[in-house]
Every structure is written in C-alpha cells, then in structure tokens.
Design a protein around this ligand. Structure first.
Ligand SMILES: [Zn+2]
Length: 404
C-alpha cells in the first residue's frame, strides 16, 4: 500500500548513508513533509501528534542502477529476447513501465539508460518521472553515438562525423535525454584475452563530440575498453565497463574524479552463456579475473566506483542484476559497505537531474528517501532483496502491517 504520511518517525537498530555507507546505530530518523528533519543516535525532541511511528530494523539510502538497457530483456534465450523485440510500441512501453514499478518496489529510485534505438526509454521517462510514487525515475540517453558500421548497431544508426554526432545529441536532448552515451571502442574479444573491438573515434573527434555534449549540458557516459588515454583526455563524466584499462588509467580516473561503472556482473554472467565454446569460457574467465583485480586497485586508489548492472544484456535481469552487482563489487575487494555505497550514494549521483526530490536520501535537511529493512544490509546481503518499506518521492509504501 502507498500512503503519504505528514510525519514519519523510525526508531531503528541502525541506518547506512553517505559516500561510504557509514553506519549509525542505533538511529532515530524523522521525516516531515518529505524532508529529513532528524537523523541521529538519539530521538527527536518533539513530534507532531499525527506522526506515524515505526520501530526496529535498518534504513538505507535509496538504490540506483547507473547502467541499464530498458528495451532489452536480459534473457540468454533467443526466443525470449525475440519475443521482447517483437512487442508493438504500446506493449514495449508497458513492459518497461512494469519493470520501473518493480524497480521502485525494490527501493531502486532511478536507472540510467545506456541507450536504445527506438526512443522507448525517452518515452518511458516522460511517464515514470511524473509518478515517483509508482515508478523508478529514468535517466535516458536516447540513441547513442557510435561510428556507423562499428559496434553499436543494435542501439541505433551510428554517425560518420562529429557534426552528425552533435545533431544526434541535440535531437536526443530535445526528446528528453539527460546524458550523452558514446561508444568509444568495441567489445572485449571472446577469443583473445585483452583484445578489444576497434577504437571508434580519433582523439580530436572524441573531443569535438564531448564538447558538443557539454554545450548541450549533457554529461557523458562513455563505453570504453582497453587503454583509456584518449577517452580520459575528453574528460567524460563516467567510463562504462573499462575492461583492460592500463594501471595509469586507474590513477587518472581517481585524479580526474571520473566515475567508473565497471559492470562486472554483466561480463561475469557471460560465463554461463550456453553458446560459448570451452575455449571462449576460459577467455571470459581470464577477462573477468583481470577486471576484478583492476577494480580492487581502482578502489584502493580512490576511484569513484559506481554500480551499473548493464541489465538487458544476456544473463542480466532488471532489478536483481543490481543486487548481484553489489555483491560482486563487494567480493572484488570493496567489502560490503563500500559496495553498497556504489549503488546508493554514487549511483544516485550519476542519476541526479535538475528536480530530484524523487531520488531522496538520508542527508539531514534534504528530501527524504530510504529503504526500511529487517537487517543491516552490510551484515546480511539478503536484507536488500525484500524491503519492509520504501520511502521515495514523498511517498511511503510498505509490505503488510508496517504502519505503526
Ligand atoms: Zn550497456
């Protein structure tokens, strides 16, 4: 059920918030007219008489997924993927809205869409972003920029020149895109570890394209694998994937404050793809091992690691894929608290737009947003999978008898 309590006070076993998912335990949280009025280890002094009181459990800031593809279905099975692809426009849009309702129910406040060729994410955003009580917010890219004929054909038509790229970005922007998605390289090879599909744009072209994005006030979300020198010199907002980056690239990511969305689960899930040969399976495993080592190094260097599931790619389901990504980042060397922060504080940071009450958080004085859990999500990863309640966009929805 969904309600709009004027005033909500939770006496919690603990709360997790901020860039390191710091723990406060015990914690008293008071949300009044949608704003966090109090978060402290002691109760608030005086509360309005109509305050709803809840007792026990943990609060954690809302989640966000910094890399998804809403128009794709996440199954390995060709039949299932084809069935999703063959939906008519109304059916495809309804399917996406259902996904967004599911995201919202899980406490995932927003998803950043990495591009689709049909403008479905743009259209879904128009509906979903008006209804934070029902749907996760969508940050759509529209049609990504890539070199016509190179990797990306399933995401759009591609461009030949930076000028054409600028026109595409302008068109996306007019339709509501909130960032520019650029494909700077291809995919990792399944046959030779370390081999990456061809570079799509020269340094000058990439700089021109990112300058066009900046002129449109669009942050850049850049798909890149292999050495990152050229990409980093264009000062992207985030690097997506980043397999086989050079050690100095990791230091530069940290130094330049560029977010890294390593999508570790999307690659790791490939190992289970029924279409791979045993030799390819070994290449997938070697690439995954190398990536996890780079993530551990990046984390030690202070890179702003950010959770993005790449949901919609084969093997990665929407919603569940984000929880899996958190676990994989934790296991890669971040530990659970820092891994949680990649999917809360940092992922929401990449999903933040101009009017973001909907994304909320636990910062005192700011718009409220949180998941109410039965246990500490750092001690018990299962706790995140079925929240007792979700407060987002000023709306409180809870499972069963959760009103005090
Ligand atoms: Zn992607």
């Amino acid at each position: 059920m969904t309600t709009v309590p004027h005033s909500l006070c939770l006496a919690l076993d603990g709360a997790r918030f901020g860039p390191r998912a710091a723990a406060l335990t015990p914690a008293w949280l008071w949300v009044h007219q949608g704003m966090v009025k109090h978060l402290a280890a002691y109760p608030p002094a005086a509360l309005p008489p109509d305050t709803v009181h809840l007792q026990g459990g943990w609060a954690v800031e809302p989640l966000a997924d910094a890399h998804v593809h809403l128009f794709l279905c996440g199954a390995f099975s060709k039949e299932e993927r084809a069935a999703t692809a063959s939906l008519d426009r109304d059916g495809a849009l309804q399917r996406i809205l259902d996904l967004l309702a599911d995201y919202r129910g899980r406490g995932i406040a927003a998803v950043r869409d990495g591009g689709d060729p049909h403008g479905l994410a743009l259209e879904a955003a128009e509906v979903a972003n008006r209804h934070p009580d029902r749907y996760a917010a969508v940050r759509p890219s529209g049609e990504p920029v890539f070199r016509r004929g190179l990797y990306g054909g399933f995401l759009g038509a591609g461009v030949e020149t930076p000028r054409e790229a600028a026109r595409l970005l302008e068109r996306n922007r007019r339709r509501g895109a909130t960032q520019a998605k650029l494909l700077a390289t291809g995919l990792n090879s399944l046959d030779r570890p370390g081999q990456v599909g061809p570079t799509q744009f020269g340094p000058n072209e990439l700089r021109e394209i990112t300058a066009a994005a900046r002129a449109l006030e669009l942050p850049t979300m850049v798909h890149a694998n292999g050495p990152l020198g050229t990409v980093l010199s264009s000062a992207p907002t985030s690097v997506e994937h980043g397999f086989w980056a050079e050690p100095q690239d990791l230091a530069a990511l940290a130094g330049q404050g560029i977010a890294w969305v390593p999508t570790v689960g999307a690659w790791a899930r490939l190992a289970a793809h029924p279409g791979l040969t045993p030799a390819q399976r070994q290449v997938v495993a070697a690439t995954d091992r190398r990536h996890r080592e780079a993530i551990a190094v990046g984390f030690r260097l202070g890179v702003r690691l950010t959770a993005g599931s790449d949901a919609g790619t084969p093997g990665v389901r929407h919603g569940a894929g984000l929880l899996e990504e958190i676990e994989r980042l934790a296991a890669a060397g971040l530990g659970r608290a820092a891994a949680l922060a990649t999917a809360t504080y940092h992922a929401r940071g990449l999903c933040r737009g101009s009017a973001d009450r909907a994304l909320g958080g636990l910062a005192r004085g700011g718009p409220g947003g949180f998941l109410w859990l039965t246990a500490d999500p750092v001690a018990d990863p299962q706790a995140l999978s079925s929240p007792r309640g979700v407060f987002l966009g000023g709306e409180w929805s809870s499972q069963g008898n959760a009103r005090g």
